[in-house]
Design a protein around this ligand. Sequence first.
Ligand SMILES: [Zn+2]
Ligand SMILES: [Zn+2]
Length: 375
Amino acid sequence: MNDYYETLGVSRDASAEEIKKAYRRKARQLHPDVAPGREDEFKAVAQAYDVLGDAAKKAAYDRGQDPYGDPTAGFGGAGGAFTFSDIMDAFFGGQAGAAGPRSRQQPGQDALVRLDVPLRTAVFGDTEDLTVETAVLCSVCGGDGCSPGTGTRTCDLCHGQGHVQQVQRSFLGQVMTTRPCGTCQATGEVIVEPCTDCHGDGRVRERRTLKVKVPAGVDTGTRIQLAGQGEVGPGGGPAGSLYVEVNVEPDATWTREGDDLHCSVELPMTAAALGTRTPVETFDGTEQVEVPAGTQHGAVFTLRGLGVGHLRREGRGDVHVHAQVVTPTRLDSRQKELLHELARLRGEEQATGTITSVSEQGGFFGRLRDAFSGR
Ligand SMILES: [Zn+2]
Ligand SMILES: [Zn+2]
């Protein structure tokens, strides 16, 4: 014997209204339009409601008779006017080709929102707050669109069929055509008293804030799919997906190239010539970059693995530090004197942009000059 109460998730003393609500909720989750592949569960729910939703069948079931259980249990197959196959035909469109009423619950649409994130989020990943406004299930009616305590009645025009037939004359004679019923939007039922909150739509618009897990490696244009966070459908149908399109904000310090990050560091001419250590503020903290003596403008120092995390694999890109050698300006007389002396020592006083060959000189200054020119 099937446990129909358990199938619908209601207690044995549930009221007719509670049974109906439970059925609607289950049918909405399992409807073939929105949950393909779960037809068996849907059939079980429809079967349970066929019995528990009918006063006579329910009374017989409560006495121990199951119309879908043991065929000798005494039901004799002669239930009420509403049979199981009617329900199945109504939901699955009917095997005979006649379209039944369509479900009032329709799947919701996807939604797309943009999320601005700082570069740091792309480097490490983070959880970001995102405020969205979408249709959500109406909490007053639970999605069925009916004022609490009321229900639906069969559409007068189509008699619950969801479609109406018309006879038209043509050269072939009379032709029967079928069109969807406009009075009930082809659902076969009419809401008696629409819910005042959603006006019978089963959903209301609501602003809410979501926590979005943004993985490392995202870039501008990356889309994150959040299933079930999109628009709730008409009649409280299951929500579509929410697509979050990431926009990585420009950064004042860093330029991104794939998962590598580039920055530049200014080095005084003297430091570039003599060599130094210079601090670079990375996303992982301060790194000391060794600048060897004789560093040229445009030289690049690479810090492995301190760039943006890869989106679909382990590891991170690199950081590239570009040396910007700065020529001093506004020299005082003493500094000028020293630079003149240096230029003299290096034979660069008449330098015009091309390096002139320096005649061989001995002694200390010659060795110093050789050290500077790398010879
Ligand atoms: Zn409502
Ligand atoms: Zn109708």
